[in-house]
Design a protein around this ligand. Structure first.
Ligand SMILES: C[S@@+](CC[C@H](N)C(=O)[O-])C[C@H]1O[C@@H](n2cnc3c(N)ncnc32)[C@H](O)[C@@H]1O
Length: 269
């Protein structure tokens, strides 16, 4: 079932993109509709186009989480829920895992992936805009996002929200594509990403939003390495570090919410 027939309108805020604007439309409406269209094929395409390495990348992210019993964990832009499920499977007893996303069709697939009798059964998948999370401040022991922050219209607002709902001393983690720098690999990657992936992706996951041209476009415009680490620091995180994976095709970014910081910009909560 592609559950978009009775799709309720999710809460949204006006997008105010902070990346170099160019022509890339990252409005909430475009991004949500694009994921609605590709949702039924999203998992297949992910595993196919990444040659299954995406599973390894998420597992590396989960390994870095210091999960403690009794405090909830949040995965934003959770999509079809793979990272939330991996967190639930790795967590000690008593960790409530929540996955949020603003695309109902993606969440419906995530909900169907919960396995009865396993830890994933209790994951709460709920609809929310990552720029305006419906959670109290300082609630989660970790807040993660995998391949989602790049799609959020206002990156900094998304990062500030992740930081706000994380509790002091907790981890904020971003897993995102980055641009490999190794000569030779960079050219091969660029060729694959710009010429092969969009064609194969569009063919398999038909949509009228050019989803698989949007992917390399959005990656090439999105900050990576130190530039994204700086944005995380500006959002109020400390000890921000990043670890490239698979020759820099993907990078894990980690930061800690300091004891004293709850809202660096004084935005209304
Ligand atoms: C590339 S998918 C990643 C899904 C998943 N995290 C994974 O690892 O496969 C990006 C997801 O971000 C969601 N998204 C983009 N902008 C969002 C926003 N402002 N609020 C909530 N979800 C958003 C999309 O709906 C989509 O499900």
């Amino acid at each position: 079932m592609t559950a978009n027939v009775t799709e309720p309108a999710p809460p949204t805020v006006d997008p105010s993109p902070t990346e170099p604007a160019g022509e890339l439309d990252k409005s909430n409406a475009r991004v949500r509709e694009m994921f609605r269209q590709i949702a039924p094929r999203y998992d297949l395409m992910n595993h196919l186009l990444s040659l299954n390495i995406d599973k390894y990348w998420r597992s590396q992210a989960v390994k870095r989480l210091r999960l403690i019993p009794g405090v909830p964990a949040l995965d934003v832009c959770t999509g079809t829920g793979d990272l939330a499920i991996a967190i639930a499977d790795a967590a000690p007893d008593g960790v409530e895992v929540v996955g949020s996303d603003f695309c109902y069709a993606m969440l419906e697939i995530a909900r169907r992936k919960r396995v009865a009798g396993s830890r994933s059964e209790s994951i709460d998948f709920l609809e929310a805009d990552s720029q305006q999370l419906p959670f109290a401040s300082d609630r989660f022991q970790c807040v993660t996002v995998a391949f989602g922050l790049r799609n959020v219209a206002d990156t900094d607002r998304g990062l500030r929200e992740m930081t706000r709902v994380c509790r002091a001393g907790g981890q904020v983690m971003v897993l995102e594509f980055s641009k490999p720098t190794l000569p030779g690999l960079r050219q091969t990657y660029n060729f694959y990403f710009k010429h092969i992936l969009p064609r194969v992706g569009q063919w398999f996951a038909r949509n009228n939003k050019s989803a698989y041209s949007y992917l390399p476009d959005s990656v090439s415009r999105f900050p990576d390495g130190q530039a994204l680490a700086d944005r995380m620091q500006a959002a109020g995180l400390t000890d921000v570090k990043f670890t490239p994976l698979t020759f820099g095709v993907c990078t894990i970014y980690e930061g800690t919410k300091p004891e004293s910081n709850s809202n660096p910009d004084g935005d209304p909560q």
